[in-house]
Ligand binder design. Structure first.
Ligand SMILES: Cc1ncc(COP(=O)(O)O)c(C=O)c1O
Length: 432
């Protein structure tokens, strides 16, 4: 439909496209993806790469899954977009119903958002307001885990009064308490972090409104991992103290850790749970905040100190994205995707077991791998970037994340491709 001359595209990209900051891969030209299929990416020159990054963890069932593409086309033939402000539509209704039935612990109210960032921001504002509406007016602080990143929507600029929904979180977002969290699961580091985190919770026992956390794997900070026991201890104590629990499953939800929701492996009921990038199988942007009827009641007209919810996103619960999300849930059922993740996880254990020494600490859970590449004297992240560059030359796209490289291929990646991906990563580390 449009001209795709590689040299022209490279020139226009350099001149006009302001892309999000990402480590430059040495002298390599930007990777211009022209098409994709399953676990393969194809650039404008026709080169093929194993997709070990899944568009930053968004792609769930591989590229161009026929059932998901069909669902989007079917919805496109009805209506591409219609708002949830003052009206509603079948894909959003059906998806909310399906998520509410799948999520354990009575998370039966679903608020859609245009992205994971927006879902998390809404959850935090809901948590702080819930505390105030239920009489805990002194609970205004937020806590997060060390290494946690939760997206990027800070609120609004300019004059919009009265705006309790956004104003209420200005302080809590900037003054958040950081709870120590380990880099590797288990061992002395995790024990020390648990103790220190519990101590901090006690210290802020009466001022904390909520703790926000990525369960099991903190991906943006290099796939740091903690064991379920660490999180259970922290969350149980937080709950006893009256602090709300906000699980950010933007990265780790939608099957990536081997269960549909990572919190299933932790076994603690969150008050709010956020989904993001993988919700619509990665093919369209969509976020969702799931919560309980109890939390929602604080926002009801009849609530004495009513909390306010004024998200102002035109594309909230986009019909095409909701249609893709429904189809993605079908695929989980029809293709036993979670079983495939668990099989892949066992395969990863064998591959890293056989790799021997010399590649640095590697950890994995589900279809998420983190390999540490500490920099020593170099610029932080320089080694991880170099490894990603060599991996690309060898035919795979991997994700540098601070001083680590992360692998997060599509969930159902066949064994041969997973083997090839891990071997490329290992060769890239050894060669770098
Ligand atoms: C843990 C975590 N939560 C939320 C987000 C925001 O997700 P989205 O990119 O869908 O806005 C990010 C973004 O990278 C993230 O790393």
């Amino acid at each position: 439909m449009y001209p795709r001359d590689p040299q022209e595209l490279i020139a226009f990209d350099a001149a006009h496209l302001w892309r999000p900051e990402a480590p430059a891969l040495g002298d390599l030209a930007p990777l211009i993806i022209d098409s994709a299929d399953g676990c393969w990416l194809v650039d404008v020159h026709g080169n093929r790469y194993i997709d070990g990054a899944s568009s930053r963890g968004a792609i769930v069932h591989g590229h161009r899954h026929p059932w998901i593409d069909l669902a989007v086309r079917d919805q496109l033939a009805r209506v591409a977009h219609t708002s949830l402000f003052g009206s509603t539509h079948p894909p959003a209704i059906l998806l909310a119903h399906r998520l509410a039935n799948l999520a354990p612990w009575g998370l039966e109210r679903v608020l859609f958002a245009p992205s994971g960032s927006a879902a998390v921001q809404m959850a935090l504002k809901m948590a702080v307001q819930y505390q105030r509406a239920t009489g805990a007016t002194g609970r205004t602080l937020l806590a997060g885990l060390q290494g946690g990143e939760h997206g990027d929507v800070a609120g609004r600029v300019g004059d919009r009064t009265p705006d309790p929904f956004h104003a209420i979180c200005r302080g809590p977002l900037s003054d958040a308490i950081v709870l120590p969290a380990p880099r590797q699961p288990g061992g002395d580091e995790e024990r020390a972090c648990t103790e220190a985190a519990l101590e901090l919770l006690e210290r802020h026992a009466v001022t904390l409104a909520a703790v926000v956390f990525e369960p099991l794997v903190q991906v943006p900070s290099g796939a740091r991992m903690h064991g379920p026991a660490y999180l259970r201890a922290v969350l149980h104590r937080a709950r006893e103290l009256g602090v709300l629990l906000v699980a950010d499953e933007s990265w780790v939800g939608c099957g990536r850790t081997g269960t549909l929701f990572a919190m299933e492996q932790v076994g603690v009921a969150p008050d709010l749970l956020c989904l993001g990038r993988g919700l619509a199988a990665g093919v369209l942007p969509l976020g969702a905040t799931l919560t309980t009827a109890e939390v929602q009641a604080a926002f009801a007209d009849s609530s004495p100190a009513r909390a306010r919810l004024i998200p102002d996103f035109a594309h909230v619960g986009h019909p095409l994205a909701c249609a893709a999300a429904l189809a993605s849930l079908d695929v989980f059922d029809n293709e036993q995707s979670l079983e495939r993740v668990r099989r892949g996880e066992r395969h990863l254990a064998r591959l890293f077991g056989e790799a021997g020494g010399g590649i640095g600490p590697a950890r994995h859970r589900g279809m998420l791998v983190g390999v540490d590449l500490p920099d020593g004297e170099e610029v932080p992240g320089a080694r991880a970037t170099k490894v990603a560059q060599v991996a690309r030359e060898l035919g795979a796209v991997v994700l540098p994340a601070r001083e680590s490289v992360v692998l997060c291929p599509p969930l159902g990646i066949p064994d041969e491709q997973l083997t090839a991906l891990v071997r490329i990563l290992i060769r890239a580390i050894r060669r770098e």
